[in-house]
Design a protein around this ligand. Structure first.
Ligand code: FMN
Length: 274
């Protein structure tokens, strides 16, 4: 019997889909993939795949303004997932995941899919630099991560049906999603400082929205920025401004276990074609 169960487990195909600008969500997604024997895939790639054969799908996403990143609802609604799959989410945040879980649950429900499990992991807030603060001074938040991850992994191994959430989400619902979103994109949307840009193309490769291209060896941002700030944090020239502020090197953040190359989604040849 044990051997039969082992064989069944080996044949199951599991998938962890992630969106990550500075590595917090990628670090969580990686740990889940390792511990649960699942595969990892960036969300932008997953929207082009047929995932209907996957028995278990995990979504690991960051929180923006107490909600999902602006581009996520549309991306998640495009995913091809079977209603029979066990679908779970782990949301990363600076402290408050707000409405994320409810919004995700609603989007999935509209596709006939049940969100079976959710939890959040607090890590340094990568938007802090846009408000004159330093995310690297929040590394103390990592102290509580192992215990939370242990709980999540234990519950996911049991295929738990529990939504861990916070009533704080009500706040963002009351404030009005679109108004918050427009304001956030307007204020935080990265602007290129042309004089500082050396055309290295790192921002093109790190942008999880494929929203930056090089023209005349200068970075140009497109019109579907989801304000993840990946470009702002990754630029070695500090050639992006956010919230009207120049960015100081010491405030650029990346999860300590994640290397820049782990976040690059495209090869160097792709620079000018996107
Ligand atoms: C535009 C923006 C808005 C954010 N809003 C929130 C928020 O409302 N609550 C929160 O706890 N963290 C917030 N954060 C912090 C991120 O959710 C957090 O740092 C996350 O772990 C980043 O994940 P990543 O490194 O995978 O991109 C925000 C970050 C950005 C860029």
């Amino acid at each position: 019997m044990g051997f039969f169960l082992y064989l069944c487990t080996q044949n199951r195909i599991y998938m962890i889909l992630y969106f990550s600008a500075t590595g917090n969500s990628l670090a969580v997604a990686r740990q889940l993939a390792e511990q649960l024997n699942e595969q990892l895939m960036p969300l932008i790639e997953a929207v082009q795949q047929d995932l209907t054969n996957e028995k278990r799908i995990g979504l690991v996403l960051p929180t923006y303004d107490f909600n999902l990143p602006p581009a996520m609802p549309e991306m998640v609604s495009r995913l091809k997932i079977s209603p029979q799959s066990y679908v779970f989410t782990v949301v990363t945040c600076g402290s408050a995941a707000g409405n994320c879980i409810w919004v995700l649950r609603r989007i999935l429900r509209e596709k006939g899919i049940k969100l079976a499990y959710s939890h959040k992991v607090s890590m340094p807030d990568n938007s802090a630099l846009a408000f004159g603060r330093n995310p690297n001074k929040q590394l103390g938040k990592f102290e509580r991560v192992p215990a939370r991850m242990e709980q999540i992994i234990r519950e996911l191994k049991d295929e738990s049906h529990t939504l861990h959430y916070s009533w704080f989400g009500l706040l963002s619902w009351l404030l009005g999603r679109k108004a918050i979103e427009r304001g956030m994109i307007h204020c935080l949307g990265p602007k290129v400082i042309a004089d500082k840009c050396n055309g290295c193309g790192t921002c093109v490769r790190v942008c999880p929205m494929e929203n930056i291209r090089l023209t005349d060896n200068k970075a140009i941002t497109g019109d579907h920025c989801t304000v993840c700030l990946a470009c702002v944090h990754a630029c070695a020239q500090q050639a992006f401004r956010t919230n009207g502020q120049d960015v100081r090197k010491e405030r650029q953040y990346r999860h300590p276990d994640i290397k820049l190359k782990d976040l690059l989604l495209r090869s160097t040849e792709d620079h000018s074609s996107r």
